[in-house]
Design a binder for this molecule. Sequence first.
Ligand SMILES: [Mn+2]
Length: 426
Amino acid sequence: MRIAETQIQEQNSLLINDHKKSFEQLAEKLDKKNVDISLILERLKDFQIAIPSWALGQGGTRFGRFSVGGEPANLEQKIEDIGLLHTLNASSGSISLHIPWDIPDDAEKIKSLADSLNIKFDAVNSNTFQDQPGQELSYKFGSLSHTDPAVRKQAINHNIEVIRYGELLGSKSITVWLADGASFPGQQNFRKAYQCTLGSLEEIYQALPEGWRVFVEYKPFEPAFYSTVINDWGTSFLLASKLGDKAYTLVDLGHHLPNANIEQIVAILMLQGKLGGFHFNDSKYADDDLTVGSIKPYQLFLIFNELVEGMHYSDSKPELAWMIDASHNVKDPLEDLLQSVEAVKLAYARALIIDREKLWQCQEENDVVMVQELLQDAFRTDVRPLLAEARLQNGAVIDPVGAFRSLKVRDRLIEERGAGSAATGL
Ligand SMILES: [Mn+2]
């Protein structure tokens, strides 16, 4: 299904008067604080967050999965779903493919479908955390770090194959996340596992096409319960540094131990020019994959405060790959993605309105109270009208979740695809 332009206009016509009033009020308030609203609107309009191909179906836990119905059954339908999101919010203009769950059998056809919906191909993702049907050697005891060179070779070749698929579609980066680790003390030789991983990554690095980058993602635990080979940002940074200037660290919000200061990690990685990408989600306990901003919106804002400083106020202008990396076990996945993208943009907008010159001055003067005033004034500002205005100017809807419901998108998808249609993925 596709949403027609007339439907968007109809949706917006119901809300436009109220929106204009609240936008004008906010603009007046920000104007008094010397905030350049048109610049912020341009930045919000340009901001695109990739949707992973595995997030369009109902997520689940290891205990169960409860389908929402009408899920995309193939890659074409997944791209169509992202097209729906992008039509509604004008911020979901790219897809991050997971191989082998979403192998493009006919790359040209897939590419032209994506083009017709204004969707680009972001980082591709490899999978050596589970065995695929017919796979020769098992990843039960690791992949790129495995003690057996034949298993490592199989995993390296898989990553290179993923790069080849990405090349066909116009991707420019690959994200490597390893489940490799140990569940019991003594199971794995830490030094050997690290060295094997570095050696394997070097081979993948050598296979990177011109203009490509590799992102090394880290995670402290799960599925391994005792140790993980690439367990923290330090290990990822070390590997990326040894690999070379086409290798970067990728930060996934859920991949930290409780209370880790993620904003500080982000700041230092950006300072070193080694932050490559970001996976957004939220969590209460561990890697819960909850909707972005649903638990700790202030942390997300503080992270964006550092991202904005690194992106817009430093000499290096990093090209960051943004992606939602969440699962939605009880929500409609498309509604959840709309909420997640909105939460990311809210944090970005709030960070953009911080009076940065004043913040730096207060930091220099150790005016701790005023620093908090500045940050929390931005955080407590309701910037939703800015986001709505950016969408409006981009030809999207004022209220994405409201429009999704009122246009009965899920019902129509169930009608088209059937209640039993299920997506591949976790
Ligand atoms: Mn991730």
